[in-house]
Design a protein around this ligand. Structure first.
Ligand code: NAD
Ligand code: ZN
Ligand code: ZN
Length: 392
């Protein structure tokens, strides 16, 4: 089959690889019909190379048709239309029972001291072959796959794999219905969807911040009050819009490659030039994140407010503004999205009236063969690319 594989920094290719097969009785094989590129894939493309091997198949936002199931998989059958969550979880351990599927005790990567395995996401997370491919082996398929109805286009359901539950969890961790004002930093797919969900959940004052004109315009078009990151004084502007106090909560939907952090960028560039083993040590022992979005979140949020981090961070030794965080009594919540936990909350919003605008959410749909160019376009934010979906 054809699959999108990693070969080095900013070097992904569509290669011919062996078809996946059932390896465990809990596996399923899915023929992929749509598979999206995520901001998290951009971290693999640029920064996280030391944790990948040449030939690793990327992708964690797939959906398709079940081809085959293992003996222990009974809730889906060949021919069913399914969306595959990006996290791989068992559904029966203690953590899954708490709704913490990202910490699943069956798929936790204890050798790496990391949480549940993820599709297509480095040695830290199990090095499981990903879904930007014609076929996908789905581990723990007795639990993970979400069966969706025939009829609407793939786009209606595809974002259940990641964008929708991630954005839902970001808003939930920000305080959900209990807050009146929310700032969302970053208006990529995650941030943009978080603003839509916040509006649906009745948060009165939703403010978005990005620096890419078409991303700002897209959020503005659905009623978000947008502040341009490149404006004169973002902090003062947002204070003024939030009664002088600052917002109840801030979502960071940017992560480790934030704009405006020259030292972090330098560290990431240096890490990119080192042999993998040395680079891994550097990333573990020194700060390589670009923390400008996270620090802006701490600065913006009102005293006693909440910072909800969706953006992925990777370094371990980055200095945090502890004085500020402690003194302002800020609450922080974060993590990969526990996909299955939020599916039942989200499904009612995926009807024909399409209140979240998922049908038109993707800006580009391209054949899998053109994925390398699509990665480049998405990373450079060319051609108005905000969300790119691949058709295998
Ligand atoms: N927690 C999870 O489960 C989960 C799931 C999916 C994605 N993510 C992470 O969420 C983040 C966003 O993902 P995405 O797909 O929307 O990616 P993206 O790269 O398209 O979006 C990031 C946006 O942030 C903007 N930005 C950069 N620096 C900024 C700054 N200092 N202030 C404000 N905006 C800034 C960029 O212009 C861009 O529009 C990534 O870090 C991704 O890894 C996390
Ligand atoms: Zn993703
Ligand atoms: Zn589990």
């Amino acid at each position: 089959m054809k699959a999108l594989t990693w070969h080095g920094r900013r070097d992904v290719r569509v290669d011919e690889v062996p078809d996946p097969t059932i390896e465990q009785p809990t596996d399923a094989i899915v023929r992929v019909t749509s598979t999206a590129i995520c901001g998290s894939d951009l971290h693999l493309y640029e920064v996280l190379g030391p944790f990948l091997d040449e030939g690793d198949i990327l992708g964690h936002e797939p959906m398709g048709i079940v081809e085959e199931v293992g003996a222990e998989v009974s809730h889906i059958a060949p021919g069913d239309r399914v969306v595959i969550p990006f996290n791989i979880s068992c559904g029966h351990c203690w953590m899954c029972g708490q709704g913490l599927q990202t910490q699943c005790e069956t798929t936790q990567n204890r050798d790496q001291e990391m949480g549940a395995s993820l599709l297509g996401y480095t040695k830290l997370y199990g090095q499981v072959p990903g879904g930007q491919a014609e076929y996908l082996r789905v581990p723990q398929a007795q639990y993970g796959p979400i069966k969706v109805p025939e009829g609407p286009s793939d786009d209606r359901f595809l974002f259940l794999s990641d964008v929708l539950p991630t954005a839902w969890q970001a808003v939930e961790y920000a305080g959900g219905e209990d807050i009146d004002s929310l700032v969302v930093l970053g208006l990529g797919p995650i941030g943009d969807m978080a603003t839509r969900i916040a509006q649906q959940r009745g948060i009165a004052n939703v403010i978005g911040v990005d620096l890419v004109p078409e991303r700002n315009a897209r959020a503005r078009a659905h009623g978000v009050d947008v502040v341009d990151l490149e404006g004169d004084d973002v902090v003062a502007e947002i204070r003024e819009k939030t009664g002088g106090r600052g917002p109840d909560a801030v979502i960071d939907a940017v992560g480790m490659e934030a704009h405006g952090a020259p030292i972090g960028k330098l560290a990431q560039n240096i890490a990119g030039l080192l042999p993998d083993a040395v680079a891994r040590k550097l990333m573990e022992n020194a700060g390589v994140d670009r923390l400008s979005a996270m620090n802006l979140a701490f600065e913006l949020v009102r005293r006693g407010g909440t910072v909800s981090l969706s953006g992925v961070y990777g370094g371990t030794a980055d200095p945090l503004p502890m004085l500020n965080i402690f003194d302002k009594q800020i609450q922080i919540r974060m993590g990969q999205a526990n996909v299955k936990r939020w599916v039942d909350d989200i499904l009612p919003l995926l009807g024909d009236d399409d209140p979240l605008g998922v049908d038109d959410f993707a800006t580009h749909r391209v054949p899998l063969a053109e994925a390398p160019r699509a990665y480049e376009m998405f990373q450079k934010k060319e051609d108005g690319a905000i969300k790119v979906v691949l058709s295998p």
